[in-house]
Design a protein. Structure first.
Length: 264
């Protein structure tokens, strides 16, 4: 599954301010879907390192009109939010997946909201807030520690009524991880799949990819590396990838699919 990213924000690290206008956001999301995004992931609050939290009313002002129109057009949607009120409003408009970078811990009402609405829930691994997460990138064994913490997160969600078959896990590339730890997690995706839940990978344009490029490169220059990661993630058996540039990832996944289909 390809989740195409739509940031309705002024300050996201890659495309902040590009789609603040509702009409522009709807047009871009429609293009993402037509280009091959199975799901458009709409977010109104930046979660880049150092970002400050946004009032829920402002988040909803940004995303709900976009969601409402896209749902009317039949575009499958997820919403990137840590707020239970936004999740509930989005679900009422027809959104099928809530994508929470806090794994349901930022808002104590989130697990019950998910349980009551019956939507799918992406529980991402993270530590601390956007302001503090870089200082918490300390692990004895990155893959094992992230797996253990995701297990606890999932158990907590299930204990509060979320159905196990509605949980997708995300190792949280770039969230409380340094470059080396990100690569370790990508190399250990099969071990994370052993959790028994679908796995989502969100490595698109993350800053650790800049290490592979010239020093004067821009976030958009990381799309080729992102597409390679998408193909390798598919080979590892993940459920989906979350990307900015759908075209390059779709091409990479088409190549992987053709090769995979030719295996004897």
């Amino acid at each position: 599954m390809i989740l195409g990213i739509l940031n309705v924000t002024p300050d996201s690290f890659s495309d902040g301010g590009t789609h603040l206008n509702t009409a522009s956001a709807i047009e871009f999301a429609t293009r993402l879907h037509e280009s091959g995004a199975d799901i458009v992931d709409v977010g109104g609050e930046s979660t880049r390192p150092g970002a400050e939290r946004l009032p829920v009313e402002e988040e909803q002002r940004r995303v709900l009109p976009v969601i409402e129109e896209l749902a009317k057009r039949g575009v499958p949607l997820s919403v990137d939010t840590m707020n239970a009120r936004t999740a509930a409003a989005a679900a009422a408009l027809g959104v099928g997946i809530i994508n929470d970078v806090s794994g349901g811990t930022a808002d104590p009402d989130m697990p019950k909201t998910i349980a009551d609405s019956g939507v799918m829930f992406i529980a991402m691994h993270s530590r601390g807030s956007s302001a503090t997460m870089d200082s918490r990138a300390i692990y004895r064994d990155t893959v094992r520690d992230v797996r253990t913490e995701l297990e606890r997160c999932v158990a907590n969600l299930i204990g509060q009524g979320v159905r196990a078959d509605r949980i997708i896990v995300d190792p949280g590339i770039g969230f409380a991880k340094n470059a080396g730890q990100n690569w370790e997690l990508l190399a250990g995706l099969r071990e994370l799949r052993a959790l028994g839940h679908p796995v989502l990978v969100g490595a698109s344009r993350k800053r650790f990819l800049a290490d592979l490029l010239p020093v004067d490169s821009h976030p958009g220059d990381r799309d080729a590396a992102t597409a390679v990661i998408s193909a390798l993630a598919a080979e590892a058996g993940v459920w989906g990838v979350r990307v900015h540039d759908v075209d390059s990832t779709k091409a990479a996944l088409d190549v992987w699919s053709a090769m995979n289909g030719a295996r004897k």
